[in-house]
Design a protein around this ligand. Structure first.
Ligand SMILES: [Fe+2]
Length: 202
């Protein structure tokens, strides 16, 4: 699974739930909101644990990733305030509208800016591997892993470590090729950086 597609699918699902929230009335609004909260909590968790760290260090995506973390904080604050509401009164609905607008803004920035820049930082193997890790973390969090799921995950994780070392090797190659200089100092700095990100992946 491609990481971008996985995250976009989450975004569409939340957008649909916000549409349902608008048309729902009374107690039903709170039920739909509960679904929105579950989806957004999970989505923010996998992005913060897996997707953002993969992009945080690259200069192309550094600033926008930090901004995304901040936007998540605001969304979480609104989610927790709304979840304390007992009735969907006018104030609650106004807050829910602000939540929707914040999420829409965040999604737009992510899909139109972050994903575009991320394509320059990640190769297609990285994108696939990240997608797999996002999916696994989602399943783990949802507690949907059956014994069959565990076996699947074990084989996936075996593949993952193979592909990680493969991509780490490639990254090292890319680094040594792009550095092109004989300065061993800068080379070793870059190498240790790629080692660090490799270690993070595991
Ligand atoms: Fe997102």
């Amino acid at each position: 699974m491609d990481a971008f597609n996985l995250l976009k699918t989450d975004h569409r699902k939340v957008a649909e739930l916000f549409e349902q929230l608008e048309s729902a009335s009374g107690k039903k609004k709170l039920d739909v909101f509960a679904q929105i909260k579950t989806e957004l909590d999970l989505h923010a968790h996998i992005e913060e644990k897996i997707f953002y760290p993969a992009l945080e260090e690259a200069s192309e995506t550094h600033d926008i990733v930090l901004e995304a973390y901040e936007e998540h904080k605001q969304v979480k604050t609104l989610l927790s305030q709304l979840s304390r509401g007992r009735t969907a009164n006018d104030e609650w609905q106004a807050k829910a509208k602000v939540l929707q607008e914040n999420v829409e803004h965040h999604v737009e920035e992510e899909e139109n800016e972050l994903f575009k820049k991320a394509r320059a930082v990640l190769n297609s193997e990285d994108v696939e591997e990240l997608g797999m890790r996002l999916e696994e973390e989602k399943e783990r969090k949802q507690g949907t892993k059956s014994s069959k799921g565990t076996t699947k995950a074990a084989s996936k994780s075996a593949n993952k470590s193979a592909s990680t070392s493969k991509s780490a090797g490639k990254a090292a190659k890319r680094v040594s090729r792009s550095s092109g200089s004989k300065s061993s100092g800068s080379k070793s700095t870059k190498k240790s950086r790629s080692k660090k990100s490799g270690a993070k992946k595991r």
